[in-house]
Design a protein around this ligand. Structure first.
Ligand SMILES: Cc1ncc(COP(=O)(O)O)c(C=O)c1O
Length: 418
């Protein structure tokens, strides 16, 4: 019996899954395995790790906080790390005087945003605004509310009949503006939630900032709230601190998680504009946002996130992000030219994706396992999304290490698309 035999792993067919790899240490770009191997974390451990594993400043911030306060109920009580972090988050929010609602993962940040939007409409006398609009193929998390926002025929099929209906618009279609006009014409959209610039889980699909402006413009005209799900895109992934920074119009609510603590501790926030916050004011409790979690604003997580916010805003972090972006920008056209129509290469900021053409794009496609195994055998963790594989590295990756990964990408393609 293996020591992992008592564990039911996520996204895993336990009947035939290969034995999981045991990680005993992580440092910078690398995961160190019990069997002696050293693996490049090409996907930043589910898109969380920003600067590299066990970053000394983040570890030190955590150590310091462990000497002061572990955890405390966050209703009726507050603490310094949560207050300091909120003050810093307000500075990077696109509006003055944002309000920070804490939770502990991306899905809950989204649940809270949706609950805020629905109740905002009720509290402001717009009960008829009941619908949520989303982008077709979007992904917003694993809880029932966030599952409802995504396409329901893939992963979420078993739960389909329990998930509320949403209005889905195709951001890649030529008539997106027309779809927006139609969707908003009945005046019943409460909120529009979207992954800004980069739709991660559905295959690292990238759309221009002008589409964000179109979404927000329609929201503003029709009294709907625009919710930017920056759970993946936040903290430099798309080149700017937030993907929303690349659009002129600003959302009303922003969800952040994953990179918020640099990939060290679970923490999430839902940021709201002051006018959303003020709609929850009232004489009694029924107007308030009645939501919270046991580990809301965990002090250890907040302390690490505060340090991460300092690091991510240093010129050094910015230049690392710019270097990775420039490297991808240079490499992408080269392999596109080399493999022509057999692949589609795309990139935004620090993320580069390669879609293998002529292969069905489902997450259940066996090509997934082939890609995964190939890169792992070459010392790189890649976790493909069906026929799409991508590099989403911690920002500490060097140009030599990028060259190494690129070289393996080319050799994989030579072996599999020629
Ligand atoms: C855009 C987006 N929103 C929300 C989530 C859910 O985050 P979590 O896995 O922390 O619940 C994800 C996860 O991949 C995501 O990519």
């Amino acid at each position: 019996m293996n020591s992992h035999n008592h564990i039911w792993f996520p996204y895993t067919q336990m009947a035939n899954a290969p034995a999981p790899l045991k990680v005993i240490k992580a440092d910078g770009l690398y995961l160190y395995l019990e069997d002696g191997r050293k693996i490049i974390d090409g996907i930043s451990s589910w898109w969380t790790c920003l600067h590299g594993h066990c970053h000394p400043r983040l570890m030190e911030a955590l150590r310091q906080q462990t000497t002061k306060l572990d955890h405390v109920i966050f209703a009726g009580f507050t603490h310094q790390p949560a207050e300091d972090l909120a003050s810093e988050l307000v500075k990077i929010a696109p509006w003055n005087d944002a309000k920070v609602f804490y939770s502990d993962n991306g899905s809950t940040a989204v649940e809270i945003a949706i609950k805020m939007a629905i109740q905002y409409q009720i509290n402001t006398g717009n009960e008829h605004k009941t619908k949520i609009a989303t982008l077709k193929g979007g992904f917003h998390g694993e809880t029932f509310g966030s599952m409802a926002l995504a396409g329901k025929d893939g992963f979420f099929k078993p739960f389909k009949k329990y998930l509320f209906e949403v209005v889905e618009l195709d951001v890649f279609s030529d008539d997106f503006e027309k779809q927006l006009e139609e969707a908003f014409s009945d005046g019943d959209i409460a909120a529009f939630i979207y992954e800004p610039l980069l739709m991660g889980t559905s295959g690292m699909r990238i759309y221009p900032a002008s589409k964000i402006n179109q979404i927000i413009d329609n929201c503003q005209k029709h009294g709907a709230l625009a919710i930017a799900d920056e759970v993946l895109t936040g903290f430099g992934r798309t080149g700017s601190l937030m993907a929303s920074d690349q659009a002129e119009l600003k959302p009303d609510i922003i969800c952040l998680a994953k990179g918020l603590t640099g990939g060290v501790m679970p923490l999430a926030v839902t940021l709201a504009t002051p006018f959303v916050y003020q709609a929850f004011f009232g004489k009694d409790l029924s107007n308030a946002l009645l939501h919270g979690h046991s580990y809301t604003a965990n002090p250890l997580s907040c302390a690490v996130a505060l340090e991460n916010l300092k690091i991510i805003q240093t010129p050094e972090a910015l230049s690392r992000i710019q270097n990775i972006s420039a490297y991808h920008r240079n490499f992408a056209p080269k392999i596109q030219a080399k493999f022509g129509e057999r692949i589609h290469v795309r990139f935004v900021g620090t993320v580069m994706a390669i879609e293998m053409q002529g292969i069905e794009g489902s997450y259940f496609n066996p090509i997934r396992a082939k890609i995964y195994d190939y890169f792992l055998a070459n010392g790189i963790l890649m976790r493909p999304l069906g026929n799409v594989f991508y590099l989403l590295p911690p920002y500490c990756i060097s140009t030599e290490e990028l060259d190494f990964v690129y070289e393996k990408i080319i050799s994989f393609l030579h072996a599999h698309v020629e």
